[in-house]
Design a protein around this ligand. Sequence first.
Ligand SMILES: [Zn+2]
Length: 361
Amino acid sequence: MKKILLYILLSLSVFSYAQEKKFKVILDAGHGGKDPGAQKNGCIEKLIALDVVLRIGKILEAYPEFDIKYTRTTDVFIPLKDRAKMANDFEADLFVSVHCNSSVSPKPYGAMTLVMGLSRAGMNFEIAKAENAVISLEENYKEKYEGFDPNNPNTQIGLRIMQEETLMQSIDFASSVQSYFKNSLQRKDLGMHQQPLWVLDATVMPGVLIELGFLSNLEESRYMKSEEGKSNYSQIIARSIIEYKNNLKGTNTIPNTLDIKEPIIIEPEVVVVTSDSSTVANSTTIEAVPAGSGYKVQISFSAKKLELIPENFNGLNNITVAEINGGYKYYYGEGSMEICKKLLAEAKLKGYKSAFIVESK
Ligand SMILES: [Zn+2]
């Protein structure tokens, strides 16, 4: 509790100090020990969450500007309120909790992130206030906390402002994670949600809870359990954390290049529709891409089927689509690696920042 206060005082009064100190991230693997979380298709949530969290930490620990702490590094049970307390005691700059989703139906799949619920936006403030009120019972508290008075309305306003800022920062981070899930990992984007969650509400720093995917969906559970899946998830989350820190601190830590492999998904027949043939309204010609014709640039993956017109693709022409597992991969152009590098640069300029080159089969 003392540390929460010191954190608040430091961030309010000694701003420059905050820029020099390490960026503290607390990584929280959901569940653990007697609480396994979701168990479906031979997967146990607590184990996947821990595996992914340890990988995220390993990536970030390579950067000296990060200070990483874990709520657990083994399969142990930790009550929610202890997780929040650990984050607060650590004076973390960001709280990242990793979970897996599950549903009674095997159908739903996709990734989502949760941030603190708006409906209880005053929650942290109340907790912080209640915690701080105890200070006045401590000996010499006036000297210890340099005149900090938990009952002073100005102090409370300070807490409330931080509250709103942390929510906005949480939303920033969550939307970055979602966009990576969607564009780089080609996961179905279930979006960012605001939901009251004790573990998030009780932390005083920006925090998100990431649901990697649905263990109840066979294909997604296979992906989550696979080496590639876990490696991809952790790289994406680590990268989002680095970028979040860079944006916040105005520094520029260069993230490792992503080593993302195509998701292991049992793909049904791939149907390629070319935009060139869409001149006839509502009629699309289905044709196979000639084998060995080289490469193409994947610009996005979407659950929605879009008409292949430039207006739908930030002005890009020559878009093709492949239908995979009920989702649609959109590609820009096709040709040799050299041509595709140019196309890739063009696509990025048009706003497809996570576009990448794939072999055209
Ligand atoms: Zn969970």
